[in-house]
Design a protein around this ligand. Structure first.
Ligand SMILES: [Zn+2]
Length: 316
């Protein structure tokens, strides 16, 4: 893991140097220094676009501790970028619309707009939820978009760290598994979740919500599948989820435990921002506009409750 992270860090550094030297600014708040390193200003309420407008960062309010992302729901297929021929290429249908509706609902519930990072390239062209080695990027434009996406997340993390001091990053996806339930990814494997509550209790520092585990009054297994866990709050709101009190273990069913961004940008290695991957089922959460609207309202209220209960974050 360390080697991978070292390699990744060196890769990101090089990529950022390349990016900073050639990034084309097309937003209304970034500045391009004409060969010098641009200083991007992230103004709340504005949208900053990445290279070729393939990615975007909708900047949230300064005091909002919530970051949302949609990595796999893009629909742009520029012909100059060859299709990826390795790795997963399935699109997470409607997830970007779900994220935008969720952001609107969070604004209604909390009074604050969250930060949103979106990849608009179709996944067969670029997958930002993989390490750069596993993303199998096929073209410089895809590499630039990949780096823009990662840098936008880092920029959002910095804003939340600087302005709030702690927060939560929800990486939003869509799965096509047989069981219609939200799969909540904390970097705990199905095998680990299928274990006992006692065995879960020693795993907090291996998860993407280590920071939350340190502020929550609950033991770690309760935070994962007790009466006030995220999964239970979601299930109580009408969004069946695993792990939860109602559905504590994935057992042998398909389950996503959290990917590259959850691992890279959560609090496993320290820090005060936790990451959670939410893999949403189509039939009960996102397949129609009306469903997405309802789901967004439910998830927004649950996230607000979750932050209050476990993170001591009281939003207006
Ligand atoms: Zn996905």
């Amino acid at each position: 893991m360390n080697n991978r992270f070292q390699l990744y860090s060196i890769g990101m550094l090089l990529s950022m140097l390349i990016l900073f030297s050639c990034k084309k600014s097309s937003d209304n708040s970034a500045t391009n220094g004409g060969g010098t390193i641009p200083t991007t200003t992230y103004t709340p309420g504005t949208t900053v676009y990445g290279s070729k407008n393939y990615t975007r960062f909708i900047v949230g309010d300064d005091l909002c501790p919530i970051i949302l992302s949609s990595p796999h729901a893009g629909d742009l297929t520029p012909s100059n970028i060859p299709d990826r021929t390795q790795g997963v290429t399935v699109t997470d249908s409607y997830v970007t619309d779900l994220v935008l509706k969720l952001a609107d609902s969070i604004k209604k519930v909390t009074g604050l707009r969250p930060h949103i990072i979106i990849n608009d390239l179709k996944r067969i062209k670029m997958d930002p939820n993989r390490s750069v080695e596993e993303a199998y990027l096929t073209h410089a434009d895809a590499t630039a978009a990949y780096n823009d996406y990662q840098n936008f997340i880092k920029a959002a993390l910095k804003i939340v760290n600087d302005k709030v001091g702690k927060g939560i990053y929800l990486d939003m996806h869509g799965h096509g598994h047989t069981k219609s339930r939200i799969e909540i990814g904390y970097l705990l494997s199905a095998t680990e979740l299928n274990g006992t509550d006692g065995s879960l209790n020693v795993l907090a520092n291996t998860t993407s919500i280590y920071a939350i585990s340190k502020t929550s009054s609950l033991s770690f297994w309760e935070l994962i599948r007790g009466g006030q866990s995220l999964g239970t709050l979601l299930a109580n709101a009408g969004c069946p989820s695993v792990p939860s009190q109602q559905d504590p273990k994935p057992l042998t069913d398909d389950y996503f435990s959290g990917g590259f961004c959850t691992s890279s940008y959560g609090s496993m290695g320290g820090g005060n921002i936790s990451a959670i991957q939410l893999e949403t089922p189509g039939p009960i959460i996102r397949n129609t506009s009306a469903l997405r609207q309802q789901s967004a309202g439910k998830i927004a209220r649950v996230v607000n409750d979750y932050l209050r209960i476990h993170y001591n974050i009281i939003l207006p």
